[in-house]
Design a protein. Structure first.
Length: 225
């Protein structure tokens, strides 16, 4: 349970208080967005469940774009493990530790921007805390929302978490190299589930291991710029 937003529990955080929190967040998000646009930096809010492959996708992105200047801010409850992995991959990275917080908000991102040379990057990835609930509510100032969905999570995850997938500009269907070992799981079935909650779904099957789909992913990033 997040002690900031209450995860929608009105007994913990009353509706009027939550509305004030979101109003303040939206104001800060607009400020962040102005910075990103003025700096010519594409900001991507990357979300997904724990273990969906968010960090692995960023590592694969760095391998596919060796000459690109990439930056990342990773949300984590307690460690800087993802920052270490991303730095090793050549990405300028920093961590935001949220302790009990299950999402990043615009103010947390803004504070961390002061410690990251993000203006030198072409793309800034904001790797949100592993969670498909609360991150869906908080605008960070990003230009696009990307959700990583692993094939190991089953076919009906979009229907179970419609708010997150409804707002996704792109869904990265990760770990497709595992499909031969997952009876009953298919790209088509997951796409059908996504179409039930997103009228114009954009699903991109990818594998950080084999490299399949990574070129299409980097092309998508280029198109957003």
């Amino acid at each position: 349970m997040c002690d900031t937003c209450g995860c929608g529990d009105t007994e913990i955080v009353p509706v009027d208080v939550r509305e004030r929190i979101l109003s303040h967040n939206d104001h800060q998000a607009a400020h962040n967005r102005q910075h990103f646009v003025a700096g010519g930096v594409l900001a991507i809010n990357l979300m997904g469940s724990p273990g969906a492959g968010k960090t692995a996708m960023l590592e694969a992105t760095a391998r596919a774009l060796p000459d690109a200047k990439l930056a990342a801010i990773s949300g984590d409850l307690a460690t800087d493990h993802d920052e270490a992995r991303l730095s090793h991959a050549g990405i300028t990275a920093a961590t935001i530790n949220t302790d009990s917080g299950c999402h990043l908000d615009a103010e947390l991102v803004h504070r961390r921007l002061h410690d990251v040379p993000w203006r030198d990057a072409s793309v800034l990835f904001i790797e949100n805390v592993g969670n498909l609930v609360c991150p869906a509510v908080y605008d960070l100032g990003q230009a696009a929302n990307v959700v990583a969905l692993s094939v190991t999570e089953g076919v009906d995850k979009p229907e179970k978490y419609p708010v997150r997938f409804r707002a996704a500009d792109l869904v990265l269907l990760t770990k497709i190299d595992l499909l031969p070992h997952l009876p009953g799981i298919s790209v088509e079935a997951i796409a059908a589930s996504l179409a039930k909650v997103n009228p114009q779904p954009r699903l991109l099957p990818v594998s950080a291991v084999s490299g399949e789909g990574i070129g299409a992913w980097t092309d998508w990033l280029a198109s957003r710029r």
